[in-house]
Design a protein around this ligand. Structure first.
Ligand code: PLP
Length: 357
């Protein structure tokens, strides 16, 4: 059996969820869209359900999969419905629904619903992706109230630059939000992971932590609260081949690495078809036999090479951590010019193995 696999530590997931709640003093929807950022949404939801205030997903397909395995907790659709016909399922499965556009508001007004639904009314406070214009917000709120189709409305917005701790944009977005919601007596939801960790002054009755649940930092610099997160995924495999090269020999496609000295090369069963980033350059850290070593040459589809010259105790069958508790996914991601969100979501082919139930 191919030794590549991803261990998912559910105990660490629960730790990170509790940290989100503790840091924010708010109720927390665990964001498990995109298959829980590659960690397996069903298992993650089942592990969190006894204590979670609810979950957030990207679409009704993801929500229905949770209901099918018996998740009874609230589930928020972060982009609401994509077609009005989904409203019936939203009622039937008791889902919470973001309204981010006027066409959605109109669809709710026109629909005949068996029961009123809970709506999270989204305001565009500066990200300019989705959300109602602040100027239209109060009117939209009143229309929803008047429609008779809505049980409760939560006021929400989303930060564009909360991961930049020295940017003032988040404060400006809060000011826009507060001005446009004046007089509305309703709960609020603003904070994503970077805002839970780095913007404690932002009020938010509900927080929406995603990446922090999985133990990766959203920041590209050290941050005290992010240092308290526990990595959930360990991507690991084994050394399947060894060779000793003299100085001056190329390794891998395109001869992107040429040995500068006599070099002991280990070949690891892990490649870009597993989601390991192809753009990770020579020097990207790995852990082998408990010691740090480096990727060398180009990552190929099913294999990659590492330099074992300074790790003589490593050999055939040695365990390799590509990322996990010692080699941080955020470090591998930044080496490859991307973010931990993407390298988690790109994971495929490797079996997920759950621990810490
Ligand atoms: C994905 C998402 C989140 C979670 O973001 P993180 O940065 O992973 O915490 C929160 N809110 C909305 C609207 C999202 O789409």
């Amino acid at each position: 059996m191919r030794p590549a696999r991803a261990l998912i530590d559910l105990q660490a997931l629960r730790h990170n969820y509790r940290l989100a709640r503790q840091l924010s003093g708010a109720r927390a929807l665990a964001v498990i869209k995109a298959d829980a950022y590659g960690h397996g949404a069903l298992r993650c939801a089942l592990a969190l359900e006894p204590e979670a205030d609810g979950f957030a997903v990207a679409c009704i397909e993801e929500a229905l999969a949770l209901r099918e395995v018996g998740i009874k907790a609230p589930v928020l659709l972060l982009e609401g419905f994509f077609e009005a016909s989904e409203l019936e399922l939203i009622v039937q499965h008791d889902l919470w629904c973001v309204v981010h556009s006027l066409w959605q508001l109109e669809a709710i007004e026109k629909a005949s619903l068996a029961r009123p639904i809970q709506v999270w009314l989204k305001m565009d406070t500066g990200m300019h992706r989705v959300g109602l214009h602040p100027r239209d917000y109060q009117a939209a709120y009143q229309r929803l109230q008047a429609s008779g189709k809505v049980a409760k409305i939560v006021l929400m917005s989303h930060f564009a630059r909360a991961d930049e701790l020295d940017s003032n944009t988040s404060n400006e977005q809060v000011a826009v939000f507060d001005a446009a919601r004046q007089g509305l007596k309703a709960e609020t939801s603003l904070r994503n992971s970077p805002a839970v960790l780095g913007w404690p002054q932002v009020p938010s009755d509900w927080v929406r932590p995603g990446i922090m649940l999985y133990g990766a930092t959203p920041f590209d610099t050290d941050q005290a609260e992010a240092a308290r997160l526990q990595p959930v995924m360990t991507l690991e495999s084994k050394v399947i081949s060894l060779r000793e090269l003299p100085a001056g020999e190329p390794v891998g496609y395109g001869a992107r690495f040429v040995s500068p000295r006599p070099t002991r090369v280990g070949v690891v069963a892990m490649g870009y078809a597993d989601g390991y980033p192809r753009h990770a350059p020579t020097g990207t850290p790995v852990l082998v036999a408990g010691k740090r070593a480096q990727l060398i040459g180009r990552v190929s589809m099913d294999m990659l090479c590492i330099d074992l010259t300074d790790v003589p105790e490593a050999g055939l069958g040695s365990s390799v951590e590509l990322w996990g508790k010692r080699v941080l996914a955020s470090d591998v991601a930044s080496q490859a010019g991307t973010i931990p969100y993407q390298i988690f979501c790109n994971l495929r082919r490797v079996p997920l193995v759950y621990t810490g139930e």
